[in-house]
Ligand binder design. Structure first.
Ligand code: ADP
Ligand code: MG
Length: 684
């Protein structure tokens, strides 16, 4: 089976289907095989109606009393009926599906799967799927355990199921990613890909799904770690820009700072300077908790490169952040005759600035993606600093690479996402890591308090008034409802209206991710300038913004976030010397989880990362890493045994490839798979 053949080579996929599937990114056989069920419906586990609870339910019963009602709202019909089993009866409702009236035979049994919940004071099953019981139970057609695929364009789950039904016999011919041969006895995982993919698509129970996905998770980790290992080998061969280290010069700069460095900052800066002395390009990750002072470490690194006669680029994920960095770095560096340029979408006279960059007349260029356009060229770039690295996509980093001529620049990536040490070594094996595990002296930890919405009037509002009275500003964070642009905007707007009633004399503005970037930046700038008292926002404020005058934060529905994300959000306050307080708000009926209680007790991002690892297992803590940068589909970085197995095998494989470069050519698919990760973990 050729995994890179077009999908039209498969039985049952004609030109029309091919066109539609290509539109949604499924063009090769491989794309299709790796398009896995989103979930499974288990018809083997039904609920008796006498025991039904609100939530997603599978019911087996007969349906009767069906009628269609037209409502006062135009274009809306409601189809109602009653579902009965031997134990009880419930109401069922479909919206705008009048054909349901004719669909059922009142003497036959059906399976219904849907959401059972309260609606206008009555419990009902809303818009369930319905399938004839006899059909579901007929094992030869499908069985009681059913895969559900995501809808992709005009392709629904049923369409995908039909495609896969046709392919069942072909699965045995799927080759392994790394077929066992004499040359690689050491690094092959037990099992086979054919078997794993078969299990995931045609599972008859959840155990099979799990076992299939485990193999695929292994495969993914293997690719990731192999890519990192090969990167490291490749990187060692590159020529970089060796920078001469003069301790006196650095000392002078450090002494000019308005504060004493923490020990952690000192150590990290020294590691960076030592790296950059070498002729091999640096590839270093600077990990520091929110507020640990990464910017000044970046400043020292930039100072080192610039005083050696080179240029430095600093990339930030948003314009507001780039502007803040440019401002604070200019303050630190300009006394030494170093020029700082800012290049964002809003920069006027871009061409003029770009010419100066090309001619080497700007030493440090801070910018957003605008830095990445094709016509930005550097005269002599020796160091690239990337702030909040996981916010940058592979393509953007690749672009930056393209504008850096040989020799390759040093790379410093900064992130506030804590990654436990054990994982760093295996997953980011090609990166050297510096850690800022210490907050600057005199910083007060953010007090954190879980609060029920019932106590807002008594506890929260008075506190907010107190802070506003001191001239301080407030962040009010609302939950993003995923995949629904309307709800995201609607929920911040609604919250804003509510707060305006409670605090009628304050300036209250909202901010959400679907706004235009310029609009978002304008609001953030106003907030930073103190023109807004209360900012109601989704998590778009999560990244790096520094507004030292904002020291009270309310996070609504706090249980809906991961620990790491809550910690990041909380890090937006308490950035000056003022006392800061963060309220984790929960709806009246919700009990606080252990996760929230852990957060209440600790302010240490690394401790929280470890705690989350224990509490949640495969956890949200890597959420942004997995979904943002690493894009892992199956693997959890917290499955340490699987990580260890993949790591051992991948390293053996990397050594074999390094010894015999011809060997890798035998596995073209593997080459393609690891390419995406190779671009990820390095720039060089
Ligand atoms: P982050 O690591 O979250 O990016 P920043 O670099 O923005 O943190 O630093 C947060 C604040 O702490 C800034 O106002 C910065 O000037 C200040 N700061 C950094 N290092 C020190 C230090 N050693 N002593 C006192 N304040 C410091
Ligand atoms: Mg920062």
């Amino acid at each position: 089976m050729d995994l890179f053949a077009g999908i039209e080579t498969l039985k049952g996929i004609g030109p029309k289907s091919r066109e539609l599937l290509e539109k949604v990114g499924i063009s090769t056989v491989r794309d299709l095989l790796y398009f896995l069920p989103r979930t499974y419906e288990n018809y083997t586990k039904t609920t008796n109606l006498s025991e039904i609870r609100p939530g997603r339910v599978v019911i087996k019963g007969k349906i009767s009393d069906l009628i269609v009602k037209r409502t006062s709202r135009r274009n809306l019909t409601i189809t109602e009926g009653v579902i009965r089993d031997k134990t009880d009866a419930i109401r069922v409702v479909w919206f705008n599906q009048p054909y349901r009236v004719k669909q059922f035979d009142k003497d036959k049994e059906y399976y219904f799967i849907g959401n059972y919940d309260l609606n206008r004071g009555r419990y009902q099953l809303t818009s369930p799927t319905a399938r004839l019981a006899a059909e579901v139970e007929d094992k030869t057609t499908s069985g009681g355990f059913q895969p559900i695929y995501s809808t992709k364009g005009s392709f629904k789950s049923a369409n995908f199921k039909k495609i896969f039904d046709n392919l069942r016999n072909k699965f045995a011919f799927i080759p392994d990613l790394l077929p066992l041969s004499d040359s690689n006895p050491d690094f092959v995982y037990p099992g086979s890909r054919a078997d794993a993919l078969f299990k995931v698509h045609y599972a008859e129970d959840s155990k099979e799904v799990e076992s299939g996905r485990k193999y695929l998770a292994y495969e993914e980790l293997f690719e990731l770690i192999l890519a990192a290992s090969l990167n490291k080998i490749e990187n060692q061969k590159l020529r970089g820009v060796p920078l001469k280290f003069s301790p006196e010069k650095i000392k002078r700069f450090v002494n000019s700072l308005p504060f004493a460095l923490t020990n952690a900052q000192r150590k990290a800066a020294f590691q960076i300077i030592k790296d950059m002395e070498r002729a091999v390009p640096m590839n270093r990750l600077l990990q520091g908790d929110v507020g640990s002072g990464k910017t000044v470490v970046a400043a020292i690194s930039a100072f080192e490169a610039i005083t050696n006669g080179y240029q430095v680029a600093l990339l930030a994920p948003t314009a507001i952040l780039a502007t803040q960095h440019a401002d604070s770095l200019e303050k630190l560096l300009s006394p030494f005759g170093i020029s700082v340029g800012l290049l964002t979408g809003a920069t006027k006279k871009k061409d003029f600035l770009k010419r100066k960059i090309r001619e080497g007349k700007v030493d440090l260029i801070v910018g957003t993606h605008a830095l990445l356009t094709d016509d930005t060229k550097f005269k002599s770039l020796a160091l690239c600093i990337i702030d909040e690295q996981h916010r940058f996509g592979v393509n953007q980093r690749q672009k930056l690479l393209e504008k850096t001529l040989v020799p390759a620049p040093h790379l410093l990536m900064m992130t506030a996402t804590p990654i436990p040490r054990s994982l760093q070594l295996t997953i980011f094996g090609d990166l050297d890591v510096s850690i800022l595990n210490e907050l600057p002296a005199g910083r007060q930890p953010v007090a954190t308090k879980i609060i029920s919405e019932l106590n807002f009037a008594d506890e929260l509002y008075p506190k907010i008034r107190e802070y506003l009275g001191k001239g301080q500003q407030i962040y009010w964070i609302c939950k993003i409802i995923e995949d629904s642009s309307v709800s995201e905007a609607a929920s911040v707007k609604k919250q804003t209206e509510k707060l305006k009633k409670v605090f009628p004399t304050e300036v209250i503005t909202f901010l959400h991710g679907r706004m235009k970037p310029a609009e978002k930046d304008a609001i953030m700038s106003d907030f930073a300038a103190g023109k807004i008292n209360i900012l109601v926002s989704t998590t778009v404020v999560e990244v790096g913004v520094n507004v030292p005058n904002a020291n009270l934060m309310v996070i609504m529905d706090a249980d809906g976030y991961g620990l790491a994300q809550l910690h990041q959000l909380r890090g937006r306050i308490g950035r000056g010397s003022d006392a800061a307080i963060c309220f984790l708000a929960l709806p009246a009926e919700v009990e606080p989880s252990r996760r929230l209680k852990t957060l209440e007790k600790s302010n240490d991002g690394f401790y929280l990362a470890e705690a989350d690892l224990k509490l949640r297992g495969p956890g949200e803590i890597y959420g942004s890493l997995q979904h943002g940068a690493l894009n892992l589909q199956f693997a959890s970085l917290t499955d340490s045994r699987l990580v260890a197995a993949a790591s051992e095998n991948a390293k053996a494989c990397a050594r074999a490839f390094a010894k015999d470069p011809e060997l890798m050519l035998k596995y073209p698919e593997l080459g393609l798979c690891i390419k995406k990760y190779q671009q990820l973990t390095t720039l060089n």
